[in-house]
Design a protein around this ligand. Structure first.
Ligand code: SF4
Ligand code: SF4
Length: 171
């Protein structure tokens, strides 16, 4: 196989001492600094949390658990979401609801947000419109790992009512 030899270009004296290149870089930085100070155009930095960027409709934020019309959790602890979850970060403990039409409910429902990869599979797998990722909220920073494990009570705080028919039909 033929080989091609690539000749390296000799650096000039100015390039070898770096100083002109450093000054050239500083010129670009200074020009941008004054441009940002006086024109305030094309500034990418957002003054969060006072200013917030609009997210696209398909943005997947922190999960929320939806409620029935009577305010109870829609989840029937079928485990489809935790089975579909590739990160195995959903942990549900099912309990008997004592209602033949529903049968089960989640006694505890926990998601480890540090393990979650925000793929949305849980939302897609759910046949009850019980879990959504349309809260538009980021997970909040915390000092401990445990605070990143969101539980049923927090998931329900954002959860609004859903009138979708259990089993995936309807709206
Ligand atoms: S978004 Fe993906 S990784 Fe996160 S809980 Fe849902 S299925 Fe699991
Ligand atoms: S798939 Fe839906 S109904 Fe089933 S356990 Fe998950 S959130 Fe609950």
């Amino acid at each position: 196989m033929a080989t091609v030899q690539v000749k390296r270009r000799e650096l000039s004296f100015g390039e070898r001492i770096y100083l002109p290149e450093v000054l050239r870089g500083l010129k670009v930085t200074t020009r941008q600094l004054f441009k940002n100070m006086f024109t305030k155009k094309d500034i990418a930095t957002v003054q969060y949390p006072e200013v917030r960027k609009e997210y696209p409709d398909r943005f997947r934020g922190r999960h929320r658990l939806m409620k029935r019309e009577d305010g109870s959790v829609r989840c029937v602890a079928c485990m489809l979401c935790s089975t579909a979850c590739p990160a195995k970060c959903i942990h549900i403990v099912a309990g008997d609801k004592g209602d033949q039409s529903v049968e089960k409910y989640p006694v505890s429902f926990e998601i480890d947000l540090l393990v979650c990869i925000y793929c949305g599979f849980c939302e897609e797998a759910c046949p009850c419109d019980a879990i959504r990722m349309d809260s538009g909220r980021h997970p909040l920073p915390s000092f401990t790992r445990d605070r990143q494990r969101i539980r049923k009570i927090q998931l329900l705080e954002d959860g609004g009512p859903s009138i979708a028919v259990q089993g995936g039909k309807g709206t």
